[in-house]
Design a binder for this molecule. Structure first.
Ligand SMILES: *[C@@H]1O[C@H](CO)[C@@H](O)[C@H](O)[C@H]1NC(C)=O
Ligand SMILES: *[C@@H]1O[C@H](CO)[C@@H](O)[C@H](O)[C@H]1NC(C)=O
Ligand SMILES: *[C@@H]1O[C@H](CO)[C@@H](O)[C@H](O)[C@H]1NC(C)=O
Ligand SMILES: *[C@@H]1O[C@H](CO)[C@@H](O)[C@H](O)[C@H]1NC(C)=O
Ligand SMILES: *[C@@H]1O[C@H](CO)[C@@H](O)[C@H](O)[C@H]1NC(C)=O
Ligand SMILES: *[C@@H]1O[C@H](CO)[C@@H](O)[C@H](O)[C@H]1NC(C)=O
Ligand SMILES: *[C@@H]1O[C@H](CO)[C@@H](O)[C@H](O)[C@H]1NC(C)=O
Ligand SMILES: *[C@@H]1O[C@H](CO)[C@@H](O)[C@H](O)[C@H]1NC(C)=O
Ligand SMILES: *[C@@H]1O[C@H](CO)[C@@H](O)[C@H](O)[C@H]1NC(C)=O
Ligand SMILES: *[C@@H]1O[C@H](CO)[C@@H](O)[C@H](O)[C@H]1NC(C)=O
Ligand SMILES: *[C@@H]1O[C@H](CO)[C@@H](O)[C@H](O)[C@H]1NC(C)=O
Ligand SMILES: *[C@@H]1O[C@H](CO)[C@@H](O)[C@H](O)[C@H]1NC(C)=O
Length: 830
């Protein structure tokens, strides 16, 4: 998170190291070497086909019909519904919605969201104690005004038969922004004139499986499908936006003006003025289809935005990133790949020129983009800068911005060799493999087990170690899917997840909660959740889960990943670590206040706030791992502070995400790692890693203390070595450190350092990016090679890239929109 306000905008503005050969066939046709053993394409699932539910396509979904017993463990009314106790799961029909397309269901749906003392926009900044699933059975729900979303809400439709939100012809567009308004503008109160929730603090929410039908609203009304100014741990999945497509339509599908996202996938936009009308620090988005929009994507502003597998058809404009014009380019960067633009006049409209300002902004990287019947692929201020094509062609790679190969900068606009894509990371068509979070729509209810039925309590205090371990094993042995009902499952020893496990959480509120002396030895770290033992092979599917700690847990490695998946893919979707900052953690304002005015040393550092050793470790054994929308977060503020004021706190967690997989083969779609001591991402002796928008933030307290304390150097886990901070050396943790690794591909990398000892003066425009000296390190001399980073955006770092101790890219050469931007950074073959 970072509370960053943009003066805005529209609203009021074993390693058989199978180095697979990669072949490149002219014109951007990627092709795998299919002769290699164990090659992709990966099967969509390595799990056995389940029996189909009876009742046809609209059959009840397991989630709808199961026993609802999720707990909001630290809610003073914790419970699971029934008699006035806090209800996590809410079926809109239980609140009076009819879903017949005739009855106005607005009020009933709103009740399902609001009831139970939940965290409402405008009056509540955040809360972790009032999570909810708001479920829509199949049906057409007529609405006449905006549905207002609350904090910590998962809105889920029946994926077997998408429910429709049907706006009435006279839908009240003054009632909010959108059929669903994720954060309505406030007329009065503490957030008057602003969105109801702070956009960069709007976490823990999803919307899945819905059709937004706006077609009855007249085209001349500026109607919005969804207003979604959000931050990390938010996602949209499997939504359709049907807009009025009459001439001069004013409809827009998704509107975002601020925030620090986030992830979106599997969205379809039909008609309208804009599919996306969006601005945000960063987002990862994939599998988006735009049909017959005027402008598919109107990019209001950004630092970095990753677009993968986008299909634009029959629009006038694909992407308009020209906001601000050449004198004040608003869009930091755009990364677009594995996509197509067809029957559309203009692919991308840019305002970047040889002397546009800021010089680094408007950075564009295109790779494997197909065009057909496109007059101008890239249109600049004075006409076409990259020609389109009437016939079908592929742009192998094209780049516009500041280039370091590996030294620079050079200012280049034009074609560039495409990435050498490791075959291990590709699908049958040569695109980077992708796979959406499984929702198990086809699986009948009797194929699920619930941990609470199997004896786990999830009340935040009972020791659930044995019950949880037994439940995981029972589910795996019986080939069933384990449902972890919402709740905090306190564990005192490791939870082992064997190959073959499929585990799903509820409401983003299923938390494995480490609280034990066994996780508190800073010299002998121990895994809280261990996915497979070293040497084990197979696959797992884990989704919507949190791993957290209670109080001092100086030796806790929250997730240790050892599983080897060959020729199949294991996945972690929405699996997060959250360390401190929530009710029940004993790591809140009271215990861990900020102390910027006290010089922190090893002697006065608050030991009780040493909350974790490492968020996640992919060991040498782990391989074939797909990660999507994961946030490894050490809390910078208290989400449940009594003053309800985003009060900052100081929590110490040693390390973020360490990957030392020998074989590599990892996909990181939409991952973010924040506020750890020594590094956020560290890759050691690994290879074949795809990253599609990664994002980091340095700990706000650094360099008081700096990264040398409180964690002693762990040589076995390749800790970076820091010299104590002094006037010339900040000794802040690394955002990204790559050591002796190869075939590392980053499509959008945002490494941010906003603070110095809790002051943001160092990151303000004109301050010279002095929050920390260095932020991104590539080490290992010739052992680190074939590294390609597209659209590197840094904040507050004097030097953007450091190679073997030498700074090679100064921020002042790459001034951009608040961030500093490098379009292409490559270290090629040794
Ligand atoms: C709710 O109240 C009813 C009637 O008093 C009782 O039978 C039921 O057991 C209660 N349920 C819970 C979860 O307390
Ligand atoms: C539309 O919503 C606004 C804001 O809630 C309200 O003031 C107004 O009365 C509504 N209009 C109608 C016609 O209901
Ligand atoms: C839209 O068009 C209708 C019919 O021409 C007209 O009555 C209405 O005022 C227009 N609305 C807006 C917002 O322009
Ligand atoms: C839309 O506009 C185009 C071009 O101005 C015109 O040819 C067409 O007839 C219009 N369509 C409708 C339905 O008004
Ligand atoms: C992309 O999204 C569409 C629409 O939701 C879906 O049908 C399709 O399966 C998705 N493609 C992939 C590769 O997931
Ligand atoms: C692109 O957006 C700008 C506003 O930012 C607008 O003025 C311009 O007309 C748009 N360009 C095209 C080709 O639609
Ligand atoms: C665009 O054309 C105008 C008029 O010819 C010229 O003055 C200007 O320098 C051109 N800008 C760019 C970026 O080429
Ligand atoms: C931290 O900031 C405070 C307040 O500006 C200052 O007094 C103190 O010296 C700083 N400490 C360090 C170690 O930078
Ligand atoms: C640190 O000192 C400054 C200047 O005296 C003061 O404004 C601020 O409130 C202090 N901060 C804390 C957390 O005590
Ligand atoms: C909340 O924080 C703001 C800014 O730091 C401060 O002005 C305000 O007084 C605080 N409110 C409360 C209730 O603590
Ligand atoms: C500060 O630390 C750096 C890195 O260890 C060292 O090179 C430099 O000499 C030190 N400077 C001072 C003033 O101590
Ligand atoms: C970048 O911005 C800094 C001030 O933040 C300024 O000193 C520097 O000259 C700028 N660099 C370029 C190349 O304009």
């Amino acid at each position: 998170m970072f509370f960053f306000t943009v003066a805005c905008l529209l609203v009021e503005s074993a390693f058989a190291l199978d180095v697979r050969s990669f072949e490149y066939y002219g014109k951007g046709q990627y092709k795998r070497d299919v002769s290699a053993t164990g090659s992709p394409p990966y099967p969509t699932s390595s799990f056995p086909a389940n029996p189909q539910p009876t009742g046809g396509a609209c059959a009840g979904y397991w989630l709808e019909n199961k026993k609802h017993q999720g707990l909001a463990s630290f809610n003073t009314n914790a419970g699971s519904g029934e008699n006035g106790t806090y209800q996590v799961f809410r079926n809109v029909k239980d609140f009076g919605a009819v879903g017949d397309g005739q009855t106005d269901d607005t009020a009933a749906i709103q009740r399902a969201i609001s009831e139970g003392g939940r965290c409402a926009p405008g009056v509540c900044e955040s809360s972790t104690t009032t999570p909810a699933v708001v479920y829509f059975p199949a049906g057409t729900y007529l609405i006449s005004s905006s549905i207002i979303d609350y904090y910590y809400t998962q809105i889920i439709g029946n994926p077997n038969c998408l429910p429709t939100l049907l706006a009435t012809p006279d839908f009240n567009i003054s009632s909010g922004l959108g059929l669903i308004d994720g954060s309505p503008y406030q007329g009065s109160g503490p957030r008057a004139g602003r969105t109801g929730f702070g956009p960069t603090n709007t976490f823990f929410r999803q919307i899945r499986n819905l059709i937004f039908d706006m077609t009855q609203i007249p085209a001349n009304v500026s109607a919005t499908g969804l207003h979604w100014p959000t931050a990390q741990t938010t996602s949209l999945q499997n939504l359709v936006f049907n807009m009025n497509s009459a001439n001069r339509t004013q409809h827009q599908g998704v509107f975002i003006e601020e925030g620090s996202g986030g992830f979106m996938t599997d969205l379809v936009f039909n008609g309208g003025l804009y599919g996306f009308n969006v601005g945000n620090q960063q987002f990862t988005t994939r599998n988006l289809t735009f049909n017959g929009c005027d402008t598919a994507v109107n990019q209001l502003w950004d630092w970095g935005w990753t677009y993968k597998s986008v299909s634009i058809n029959n629009c006038r404009v694909g992407f308009n990133i020209s906001a601000g014009g050449p004198s004040a380019v608003n869009v930091g960067s755009l990364t677009l790949f594995d996509s197509s633009i067809k029957n559309t006049q203009v692919g991308i409209v840019t305002s970047r020129t040889a002397d546009s300002e800021p010089a680094g902004a408007g950075s564009v990287y295109l790779e494997n983009v197909e065009l057909e019947n496109v007059a101008s692929a890239v249109l600049g201020v004075n006409g076409t800068v990259l020609a389109g094509s009437s016939g079908a062609i592929v742009i192998p790679a094209w780049a516009d911005g500041h280039r370091y190969l590996p030294n620079g900068p050079s200012e280049v606009r034009g074609t560039i060799d495409p990435s050498k894509r490791p075959g291990s990371l590709l699908d049958a068509e040569g695109k980077y493999f992708e796979k959406s979070k499984p929702q198990y729509g086809e699986v009948p209810l009797d194929q699920f087990l619930s941990v609470r039925d199997l004896g786990a309590k999830g009340d935040g205090t009972t020791d659930d170690t044995e019950a949880l371990n037994a439940a995981v094993l029972q589910a795996e042995r019986s080939k069933k899917i384990l449902f972890i009902d919402a709740g905090y499952y306190r564990v005192t020893d490791t939870i082992y997840i064997p190959p073959g496990s499929r585990i799903v959480g509820e409401a983003l509120a299923s938390v494995i909660f480490a609280a034990s002396p066994s996780f508190n030895d800073i010299e002998n770290p121990r895994a809280v959740v261990k996915v497979a033992q070293p040497g084990e092979q197979g696959s797992v599917e884990l989704s919507d889960l949190f791993v957290s700690t209670k109080g001092q847990q100086a030796g806790a490695i929250l997730i240790e990943y050892n599983l080897a998946s060959y020729g199949e893919v294991a996945g972690l979707w929405d699996v997060h670590t959250r360390i401190g900052g929530f009710a029940g953690s004993d790591l809140q304002t009271e215990q861990c206040p900020t102390t910027p005015n006290v010089t922190i040393t090893a002697d006065n550092l608050v030991q009780e706030c040493i909350a974790a050793y490492m968020s996640m470790h992919v060991t040498k054994f782990g391989t074939g791992l797909y990660m999507e929308n994961n946030w490894l977060w050490v809390a910078d503020h208290d989400l449940d502070d009594a003053r309800n004021n985003n009060t900052q706190i100081t929590i110490y967690a040693g390390r973020g995400l360490l990957i030392e997989s020998i074989r590599g083969v990892l996909w990181l779609y939409g991952t973010a790692v924040e506020h750890h001591v020594k590094y956020e991402y560290q890759f050691v002796d690994t290879r074949d890693i795809f990253m599609g928008q990664i994002q980091t933030e340095t700990a706000y307290y650094q360099p008081n203390p700096d990264a040398t304390i409180p964690f002693p150097e762990d040589v076995a886990r390749f800790d970076p070595v820091f010299s104590p901070a002094n006037g010339t050396n900040n000794a802040d943790g690394w955002g990204l450190r790559i050591l002796r690794s190869s075939n590392i591909l980053g499509y959008g990398v945002g490494l941010y350092s906003f603070f110095n000892n809790y002051s943001t003066a160092c990151s303000q425009v004109g301050a010279g990016a002095t929050c920390q000296t260095r932020i991104f390190s590539v080490e290992g001399n010739e052992h680190s090679h074939d590294i390609s980073i597209y659209n590197l955006n840094t904040v507050g770092a004097t030097d953007m890239i450091t190679r073997d101790g030498v700074d090679i890219a100064s921020n002042v050469d790459n001034n951009s929109t608040f961030v500093d931007t490098i379009n292409v950074f490559r270290i090629s073959d040794r």
